[in-house]
Design a protein around this ligand. Structure first.
Ligand SMILES: Cc1cc2nc3c(=O)[nH]c(=O)nc-3n(C[C@H](O)[C@H](O)[C@H](O)COP(=O)(O)OP(=O)(O)OC[C@H]3O[C@@H](n4cnc5c(N)ncnc54)[C@H](O)[C@@H]3O)c2cc1C
Length: 460
């Protein structure tokens, strides 16, 4: 319990707004897109800049208050909202400056990726971010950042040049390849464990228009489509990213869709490259066409309105073997909810796989097929059956999966999960956690525990 005068003094010290229970704006500020998360922070500080973030960290330390950090609020595990503590809400920090000559952008941590893309595309530039424009750039980037430009330009975090970070002792540090290099390494993949990132500088690339969209097949054809995708994926150049899975169209048809984006400069070449995908079957619908990059980035937006219940399981496949395909196909179209995407794959290749496993804290460079069951439903009365279905589906697919998951895609899996998720980089991250956050002040995340024992080799 923090004495009310101390709370009052803290709130008055902020440049941004703040909210406490019962006040106007409080409920909207604590609500995130996943309706499964219903937590009530004692204070929400909507920071206006780095000085507010520093004030939050110092206040929370002084009064031993739990903190959570909200970027875009899209973590399906709901890590951005705490119960009873201080929520450091970055959603009002949306400053951005594009330098077209250097092809870089400095972006504040509260931007959503649709906002970021709009600013960079004004100059015909872009960098890898996710595929749903309402997702926050910072949580997405600090955990990894799969997107349509990933095979050509790497993950979102591979394009980060520099970050400003408020660490647990309340200092603001700049980290890049020549300054605080260890922090720069760790921030790229450790999902908020080392501090609050207030702004990020990204490398940009010339992008757009693109050839993109999706083809749809009846869900009964899932197995054939997956066999085709396995062959097709081996031949695609770095300009192409494909992803696909089972879902239900808005008019109620269960389908297996494959989305593709070609980001090369000659769309005529893209037409040739994507032709086999558009011919196979043939599909019952072909929505692939030339479009602006911003249109491509908005393609999936209608499928993810806020306020639905979401539960996700995700791991990389060891390989997309015949047996894995057969099992995946068994579960396609069987979800109890028409809003679910499951099973669903992303094909990871190209630039992302040319970065070494230990070059950044993000370790998942060697597996080509990331799989998830992204269960979504609208009525809380359906929660038990949808969660159970997701778990059953995952148990059936588990024999084909590696143990580590991409941190950005999972619901809360508990402590054991983190070690596998950070894989061979976990011990080095424990050392960084001991240096930058020995008291585990930042623990509302897929947590790296400073107290975890390390093998003797890692300590040396
Ligand atoms: C509809 C939807 C679509 C998605 N599509 C993609 C996709 O295409 N590609 C992809 O890679 N991922 C995707 N994701 C996953 C997404 O990357 C994660 O949910 C990510 O955590 C979202 O970031 P955020 O800032 O919105 O989330 P938040 O919930 O705000 O944050 C996520 C985590 O990061 C921490 N964090 C956030 N900002 C900061 C900061 N500035 N400093 C320190 N810690 C911070 C939070 O404390 C929390 O632990 C999607 C998620 C959803 C719900």
């Amino acid at each position: 319990m923090v004495p009310p005068p101390a709370v009052q003094k803290f709130r008055e010290s902020l440049r941004g707004q703040s909210f406490c229970p019962g006040e106007p704006g409080y409920d909207a500020a604590r609500t995130i897109p996943n309706a499964m998360i219903d937590r009530r922070p004692a204070i929400i500080a909507r920071c206006a800049g780095a000085a507010d973030v520093i004030a939050c960290v110092r206040f929370a330390r002084e009064h031993d208050v739990l903190v959570s950090v909200r970027g875009g609020g899209h973590s399906v595990a709901g890590k951005s909202v705490c119960d009873g503590g201080l929520m450091i809400d970055l959603s009002a920090m949306k400053g951005m400056r594009v330098d077209p000559a250097r092809r870089t952008a400095r972006a504040e941590a509260g931007l959503k990726l649709g906002e970021f893309d709009r600013e960079t595309q004004a100059f015909g530039l872009a960098t890898t971010l996710g595929v749903v424009p309402t997702t926050g750039i910072s949580g997405l980037t600090l955990g990894g950042g799969f997107g349509n430009l990933m095979a050509k330009h790497g993950l979102a975090l591979d394009n980060v040049i520099s970050v400003d970070v408020v660490t647990a002792d309340g200092r603001l540090l700049t980290a890049h390849a020549q300054e605080n290099e260890d922090l720069f390494w760790g921030v790229r993949g450790s999902s908020g464990n080392l501090g609050v990132v207030t702004s990020l500088e990204y490398r940009l690339h010339k992008v757009g228009p693109v050839l993109g969209g999706a083809v749809l097949h009846p869900v009964s054809k899932t197995k054939d489509v997956l066999f085709f995708c396995r062959e097709f994926a081996q031949k695609v150049p770095d300009e192409v990213v494909i992803q696909g899975g089972a879902f239900t169209t808005p008019d109620g048809a269960p389908v297996f869709g494959v989305a593709a984006c070609y980001c090369g400069s000659a769309l005529s070449e893209g037409e040739k490259v994507l032709q086999p995908l558009r011919k196979f079957g043939p599909p019952i619908a072909d929505m692939i066409s030339p479009m602006t990059y911003v249109q491509m980035q908005s393609f999936f937006e209608p499928f993810f309105p806020p306020g639905r219940y979401t539960y996700v399981k995700s791991n990389f496949l060891r390989t997309l073997s015949d047996e894995a395909i057969t099992t995946i196909a068994t579960w396609a179209g069987k979800s109890p909810s028409p809003y679910t995407f499951a099973p669903f794959f992303e094909h990871w290749h190209g630039a992302v796989s040319r970065v070494g496993v230990t070059e950044t804290a993000f370790p998942h460079r060697q597996h080509s097929w990331n799989l998830f069951a992204w269960s979504v439903w609208a009525d809380p009365a359906d929660s038990a059956k949808n969660i159970q279905w997701t778990r059953d589906c995952w148990e059936a697919i588990r024999p084909f999966l590696v143990s580590g998951s991409y941190v950005n895609y999972v619901s809360d899996e508990g402590d054991v999960f983190a070690r596998a998720a950070y894989g061979p980089n976990y011990d080095r991250l424990v050392m960084l956690k001991r240096k930058y956050d020995p008291g585990n002040f930042f623990r509302m995340n897929h947590n790296i525990k400073p107290s975890d024992a390390m093998p003797a080799a890692a300590k040396a």
